[in-house]
Design a protein around this ligand. Sequence first.
Ligand code: BTN
Length: 329
Amino acid sequence: MGAATDRRIDKLIHLLVANGTVVVPGPKIATEIGVTRKTVWEWIEKLRALGVEIKGHHATGYQLQSIPDVLTPSLLRTDLGGVEIGHKIVHYFQADSTNSIAMELAAEGAAHGTVVVAEEQTGGRGRFGRTWYSEKSTGIYASIVLRPPLPPSAAPILTLAAGVAAQAAVSGATGLAVDIRWPNDLLVNGKKICGILTEMSAELDRLHTVVLGIGVNVNHRQMPPELAEIATSLRMEGRRVYPRSKILVAMLKEVEKHYRLLLAEGNGAIATRWEAASSFARGKRLTVRTGSEPFAATTAGLDRSGALRIRRDDGREEMLVSGEVSEVK
Ligand code: BTN
């Protein structure tokens, strides 16, 4: 599983932030967080490699140049407040896949609301066995452990609830117009900026664990050539750098809100919101890929189960429960 970030690194960041842009002597940091001065220096170097601007060295002390945009628990905690989703955050500087780690932690008994977050993934996974491009310190790579008191048939609507939550969070935090492509890809100007991979373990009548893995392209300056046609980043579209921490905090709060809404009011409340948030809900011309031959269809609303109603060109109506859609332009 690799090693989660040492809680004392989190303390170090917190200490530097708490001291504003004042020079903090190396020995003082070492004593306060309980490590040697050499370790402090090594950790400062590690933070610098992530783009955290810290002036100075062990002889003079260290001084933060600006509030760092790292996703460590103590920095997120200040803005999160008393939420259930995110009450425990496990941070990694580098992880293979936060979804894999969250599934392992869940199998070991991790509580509902545990969040795994990484600055970088070496084996980020997407839907349909694809890889998820997970550049260091530019994107959000987070996985949320849920223990829903719901039957396995609720999994699709839970996935859509996560999409609606992510849409609300990203549009709220950036002011950009964010669309949802069924089931839960977020698009800005027609290109993908966020994907959600839902993985689960279930018993016959009850979902045991659901892991919602959320990837957001935030501050990428450019996408790799093979993705450039279909994916973009918030920075590329909004022409500014966005604080990842603000978007992640908004994301966790919105997921909590929509999760509670689903439990309290049922599928209909999520389906209505999804339909309002997505241009794909009705009258959209699509190419549908479900494993067999791709075919053309037009959307005709979202079923309360989370399935997408589509009408084939010969008039037949169907409910799409899995697969991939793309807009015909
Ligand atoms: C998709 O294909 O659209 C889903 C992409 C999901 C990517 C996220 S990044 C955090 C989490 N960890 C993973 O390995 N995948 C998900």
